[in-house]
Design a protein around this ligand. Structure first.
Ligand code: G3H
Ligand code: 13P
Ligand code: ZN
Length: 305
């Protein structure tokens, strides 16, 4: 019932656009994302991190995603993001996810190859595709963090893909997780991406790709958020990266920002309204807005068929 992630990404690769991967943690986030996918007629990937599973429970998230898939006219894939715990990865494979990521980026190269290969063999037997990573994305979130960026080495990337048989590869070209992505100019190492694209034929994935849009930062700050030095990946960099083989783009921070801005504004502008539905509905609408903008930038609008 979920769409096949590999099929979605291969089609995107052929046609030169990217599919949005959006991290979900609760019902309002799922609905906000899915509303945007349906309104734009775009395929989409819903993703859960180990932190999301710890927070909400695998079955709750799985059921939310299944309900979304059943009630949508667009293809929806379901993906494990930054899997590190082999037990969780296996549970997700058994639960019928479309794809899982094994994040061995913190491991020595040979060990990353060894474990990725084992997971690929296990997942492929069950028709599930695998995303892997070499190099490190910067930044820190709940369970996903790295002190510094280590750019992906294009030659190592080629060897890694050949030896592991992974289906898509997350590359480190200067992005970071979270809202503080660049200290200097907001630029990706597109030169490295171009070299990687020459070496590798499978779809490439960009993590830490949120745009951190000004309109959301302004609302969140106006209603009390402290967000110093926030900067996202500019849309022109995203579009160039898509031209160089990026087919899957991960977004979590922009959804957090939309949620935060919506909730803060509701609470402060209607202090006597304690109905959670009234507090959360505007946050859900802001998520729909930001996801619609992402989908437009990625070029996946009207690619549902
Ligand atoms: O890349 C990481 C995702 O944004 C998930 O972060 O571990 O805080 O859920 P999390
Ligand atoms: P952002 O923090 O830029 O949204 O990146 C999310 C991500 O890479 C999830 O895997
Ligand atoms: Zn990530």
């Amino acid at each position: 019932m979920f769409a096949n992630t590999k099929t979605l990404l291969q089609k995107a690769q052929k046609q030169g656009y990217a599919i949005g991967h959006f991290n979900i943690n609760n019902m309002e986030i799922v609905q906000g994302v899915i509303n945007a996918a349906n309104q734009t007629n775009s395929p989409i990937i819903l993703a859960v991190s180990e932190g999301a599973i710890e927070y909400a429970g695998l079955n709750y998230l799985l059921n939310l995603a299944q309900t979304a898939a059943k009630n949508s006219k667009v293809p929806i894939a379901f993906h494990l993001d930054h899997g590190k715990d082999l037990n969780i990865i296996k549970k997700c494979i058994n639960a019928g996810f479309s794809s899982v990521m094994f994040d061995g980026s913190h491991l020595p190269f040979e060990q990353n190859i060894k474990i990725t290969k084992q997971i690929v063999q296990h997942a492929h037997k069950r028709g599930i595709s695998v995303e892997a990573e070499i190099g490190t994305i910067g930044g820190a979130e709940d369970k996903v963090s790295s002190r510094k960026i280590i750019y992906t080495d294009p030659k190592q990337a080629k060897e890694f893909v050949q030896k592991t048989g992974c289906d898509f590869l997350a590359v480190a070209i200067g992005t970071s997780h979270g809202p503080n992505k660049f200290e200097g100019p907001a630029k990706l190492r597109l030169d490295i991406l171009q070299e990687i694209q020459k070496q590798i034929k499978i779809p490439l994935v960009l993590h830490g790709a949120s745009g951190v849009p000004n309109n959301l930062v302004t609302i969140a700050k106006k209603y009390g958020a402290t967000l110093p030095k926030v900067v996202g990946v500019p849309n022109d960099q995203i579009k160039k990266a898509i031209k160089l083989g990026i087919c899957k783009i991960n977004t979590d921070t922009d959804l957090r920002l939309a949620f935060d801005a919506g909730v803060r504004k509701s609470i402060q502008t209607h202090p006597s309204d304690i109905d959670p539905r009234h507090i959360l509905a505007p946050a859900r609408d802001l998520i729909t807005q930001v996801v619609t903008e992402r989908i437009t930038t990625f070029g996946s609008k009207n690619k549902a068929k």
